[in-house]
Design a protein around this ligand. Sequence first.
Ligand SMILES: Cc1cc2nc3c(=O)[nH]c(=O)nc-3n(C[C@H](O)[C@H](O)[C@H](O)COP(=O)(O)OP(=O)(O)OC[C@H]3O[C@@H](n4cnc5c(N)ncnc54)[C@H](O)[C@@H]3O)c2cc1C
Length: 363
Amino acid sequence: MRVIVIGAGVAGLALARGLLQEGHEVEVYEEAPDLRTAGGSVTLWPGSTAILRELKADYAGVGRRLETLESWAPGGRRLLTLDLTVPERRYGHPVVHVARRELVELLSDGVPVTYGARAEHVVPERAEARLADGRTVRGDVLVGADGRRSVVRAALHGDDRAKLSGWVTWQGFTTMPTALTEDHRAVMVAGGQGLCGLIPAGRGRLLWWFDVRAAPGGPFWADDPKVVDRLRERFGGWADPVPGVLESVGDVDFFPHHKQPIPDRWGRGPTTLAGDSAHTMPPTMAQGANQALEDAWLLSRSLADLRAYERARAKVARRPARLAGTELTDRQGPIVRLLSDRFATWVYTAQLRRYSTYLLTAP
Ligand SMILES: Cc1cc2nc3c(=O)[nH]c(=O)nc-3n(C[C@H](O)[C@H](O)[C@H](O)COP(=O)(O)OP(=O)(O)OC[C@H]3O[C@@H](n4cnc5c(N)ncnc54)[C@H](O)[C@@H]3O)c2cc1C
């Protein structure tokens, strides 16, 4: 079949790879002039590293394999440690943390993308899109992999159902050496003031992020000129290496959290959605890129029944999306204290399977 994919993010690129492997003809249209490599880094759970392997996207040289996920109190006391080697052994694939830049570069290799090609108007019933340069492109199937502000979803449903969750992320990388940078541990420190996350991303980088409550126009919102000072003031007294990381802060990225209900039906006729266009969720469960890869994997082998693909994926994607929407991980202190490491690792390992269509269905 001939498939038109709108958007060259994680969902669109992975989908195109999968479709090419299945022998389909693919055209990807991306509005940006080049591959969009901005952003922080993402954690890929075993379902996703399995999918990357199937897509022949060799992630061995990028990112950092994670062995533990630790929760700390602001003073540095370790409250809980999830052993990530347990899901690795159980599912046969590792947990890897990788810069978004390296993930999209890996996925884009060999994929035909037309850049500077914004889809402006979509006719779902004809799998047709009109591009900003006036061209009209048409396929047997059209997929909107065009992210949270999807024009394909707008053509299908006429609205943007995503709402702000009330939390935002400020993030960046530091190359300042810390005890975590060359380690295989991810750390989350949570307190009443918000959450700080620290994860090694490979190549001497440590991703840091702070989740805080914020509203448009207020402190900590997008164009707050004092945001670095505010972060230092709020989190500067937390345990090492948080103060040092805050001192090293250079460029900061703003990422507001959105959530949306995920219906059973995403598309109409020969048109469907994949990735954030179908299920934007806050990054607190580290599942946005993973759910995009899961969509791509299933859709690349389900072109004959798009509604079945949507139902199957909606059922699974809703699970992490609902939990992420509560922003519970940003307030994890009181909860994690009640759990033992072993029990929490067991629950988390089981959850990872429930969040992955690949792990639920692959032999
Ligand atoms: C630049 C960038 C930085 C990000 N940084 C982070 C981060 O730090 N942390 C995090 O958790 N998540 C981040 N994300 C989101 C994360 O990548 C997604 O949640 C997840 O990977 C799902 O990806 P997606 O492909 O569905 O959507 P996206 O990654 O948003 O990709 C959608 C693509 O579609 C393109 N597009 C949009 N509209 C049109 C149109 N009309 N015509 C043609 N192309 C169009 C966009 O330019 C984009 O390349 C970022 C996304 C982007 C685009």
